[in-house]
Design a protein. Structure first.
Length: 237
C-alpha cells in the first residue's frame, strides 16, 4: 500500500516564511508585524497568518507590545536557558535510546549526516550549518523510537534556529566543534554505549547553551536599528 503524504499547510508555510525572515535578520527584534502586510507579501488570506502568529507566540518568536500589536520578540537569555535545559534532557534521552534500540541503523546511516555537517562547515553558509545540525538531531530522535521526543521539541525549533543563527554568525570556530562533538555522540550510539551517548549529548547541548547565553547577555544593552522589509514570497496552497 502506498503511503500518502500531505504537503505543508498554508499555516505551516507562513510559520516557516516568518521564521526565515526572523532567522535571517530581515525582521529584527522589535519589528512590528502587521497581519495584512504579511498576508499580502506571502499571497495568502489573513486566516493562515493569524494562526501562524499564534504558533509563533507560543514558541517565543512573537509577542504583544502595548500600542504596537505584535512584534518580533527580543531574544531572552532566561527563556533560552530554560529551553536548552529542557533540550539537554530530551536530546540525552534520544541518544541513549538510539544506542539501545538502533545502533546498527546508526552505523549504516549516521556517517552521511556527519559528512554533510562537515561539508556545511566548509561552505561557510549559516543556513546550511543550521539545517545539517537540526537534521542530525532529528536523526537521533528518529532512532530513539520515542515519537514524543520529536513532538515535544517541534514547537521550539523556530526559536532554536534563531538562536543558532545569531551565534554561528559570530563564532566562526564553533561549527567545527559542534560536528566534532556530533561525531563522538554518533560513535557512542553505534557502539551501543548508551550511558556515554546520553552524557555526551547532554554535555554537547549544555556547552552550546553556555555560548549562546553568553552572547545574548552581551547584547542586552545593544539596540539594533529596527527594519521591516518583507520579501515578496508567494506561498502555494
Amino acid at each position: 500500500m502506498r503511503i500518502v503524504t500531505s504537503a505543508p499547510s498554508l499555516v505551516d508555510q507562513v510559520v516557516e516564511a516568518i521564521t526565515d525572515e526572523i532567522v535571517s535578520g530581515v525582521l529584527t527584534s522589535g519589528s512590528r508585524l502587521i497581519q495584512d502586510d504579511l498576508a499580502q507579501a506571502y499571497g495568502v488570506s489573513r486566516q493562515p497568518v493569524q494562526q501562524a502568529m499564534m504558533l509563533l507566540r507560543g514558541c517565543g518568536l512573537v509577542q504583544s507590545a502595548p500600542g504596537r500589536g505584535l512584534i518580533v520578540a527580543p531574544l531572552d537569555p532566561g527563556f533560552v536557558r530554560d529551553l536548552y535545559e529542557m533540550r539537554a534532557v530530551l536530546e540525552g534521552l534520544a541518544a541513549r535510546l538510539a544506542a539501545e534500540r538502533a545502533n546498527h541503523r546508526a552505523a549504516l546511516e549516521g556517517p552521511a549526516y556527519i559528512a554533510a555537517g562537515y561539508e556545511a562547515v566548509r561552505s561557510g553558509l549559516v543556513n546550511r550549518k543550521i539545517e545539517t545540525d537540526i537534521a542530525f538531531h532529528h536523526f537521533l530522535s528518529n532512532l530513539s523510537g520515542n515519537t514524543l521526543i520529536s513532538e515535544t521539541m517541534a514547537p521550539h525549533w523556530p526559536c532554536l534556529k534563531r538562536v543558532m543563527s545569531d551565534v554561528l554568525q559570530k563564532e566562526e570556530g564553533m561549527s567545527q566543534t559542534v560536528w566534532d562533538e556530533h561525531k563522538d555522540i554518533l560513535a557512542a550510539v553505534i557502539e551501543g554505549r548508551a550511558a556515554d551517548a546520553e552524557a555526551l549529548s547532554r554535555e554537547h547541548i549544555s556547552r552550546a547553551a553556555s555560548v549562546f547565553i553568553r552572547h545574548l547577555e552581551a547584547q542586552l544593552d545593544r539596540r539594533p536599528k529596527l527594519r521591516r522589509t518583507l520579501s515578496a514570497r508567494k506561498l502555494s496552497p
